[in-house]
Design a binder for this molecule. Sequence first.
Ligand code: BYC
Length: 476
Amino acid sequence: MSNVDYSEKIPNNVDLANDRTLQRALEHWQPRFLEWWREMGPNDFASVDVYLRTAVGVDAQGWAHYGTVKMPDYRWGIFLADPVANRTIGFGDSFGQPVWQQVPGEFRSQFRRLIVTQGDTEPASVEQQHRLGHTCPSLYDLRNLFQINVEEGRHLWAMVYILHAYFGRDGREEAEELLARHSGDMDKPRILGTFNERIEDWLSFFCFCYFTDRDGKFQLKSLAESSFDPLARTCRFMLTEEAHHMFVGETGLGRIVRRTLEVMKEIGSDDPEAIRRQGAVDLPLLQRYLNFWFSSSLDLFGSEVSSNAASTFANGIKGRPDETTQYQDHVCADSTFEIEVPDGKGGVTKDTSPMRNAMNEVLRDAYIRDCEIGLKRWNMQIKRGGYELELKLPSSRFRRAIGAWANVPTDLDGRPIDREELDRRMPGWLPSASDKAFVKSLMQRVVEPGKMAAWIAPPDRGINNLPVDYEYVRLN
Ligand code: BYC
């Protein structure tokens, strides 16, 4: 296992102390990062003590240390998963050749573009969640929010390390830009659409963790297959932390469903207004939030047919998640993929794309299957409660802004409809102004240890074997 140097200003397992130039460059970036964190990170919580895990190494058995930390003192480090001996390229035109320890010149700009895009999402999400701490439903949830925030900060460090270490002056400039773009900024927005959406309530936050962090899982898994070994190793370790973020989304939404079912049982009704009067989230409202965040996150996979995707696959830059175990053909030079596209006459037609060009769609399909798992679980809860309603993912054609279905009006089942019908029915499919106002009214902070807001059930267990009523954040 590689050694972790924890005595350094920047904890790392990349032997930073022996590369003075790189170390100096990163130490120069560090105060800018901290300045960004103070300004854009969790608002007003710099001085509180938070029970956090900190990555301290890459050993599967004991990679994290748990303890009480003030967030600005969190040790954001650089950790790469251990190298796999004699690793060879797992896909594309150079399949079977040794992986690269440096970026080949001809692929430099493609690599840079993907690394910058990945890096851009990390601080974006922290910015989106900037004010959420003020309306936390419990100390347990507040701690999870902060855990996610500091780890997204660390994921930014992970990409900035790669940019600094392998992309010279261009990389350093890109690292600066990662702190200069801001979520929702009119002049300098974040790169990908979803990361400019507002997250002003915890229902949106849990949906974001469930759907958008799951895109993170699929994209990181694809980059973890990369032939550029330092990038692959960085992403492999990021995935270790990412699992918790999706857990927060899945259990958060599951706890909301559980609480709503309790209320429905208490009042003997599934009438949304009656449920709202009890301060809980009715399931049709939850469905509208799912519709919003799922459709937004689908766009993060890019176009169904993409020459960028074909070329990053061919060049061994970005593979498919679990490339080695899930697929037989790792070259995909002759295979094809069938996709459904609008026929331009208000209908749907089938198109055949070379497999390499359809890689975004291959990933999106796998992502959709993964998203369905949580819904199945929540629907079982609902069924056990004796109710018919089923939560559903909308069609992948619904409300798309990127790709073949961008701006094509469809209903939730993906059936093309005319614009007039779309305008009339859309308010019933997405959170309305009154839904948002109601959700906002629920967002009252609860900070007594062990207590939960009335709209969410307690978690099954606490963090790291501590009880649920542990004081996870000491607000003093
Ligand atoms: N919004 O050929 P196309 C995470 C752009 S989440 C705006 O269709 P391509 C996290 C695209 O950039 C994971 N623009 O697609 C989660 C391109 O622009 P340029 C983040 C979009 O290139 C929660 C143009 O449209 N990681 O980690 O094959 C919290 C044509 O692109 C969008 C990555 O995304 C959009 N939705 O694939 C914290 C991995 N979609 O370059 C963190 C790195 C596309 O022509 N990125 N465009 O100016 C990629 O692999 C690819 O860039 C994409 C797009 C999959 C995003």
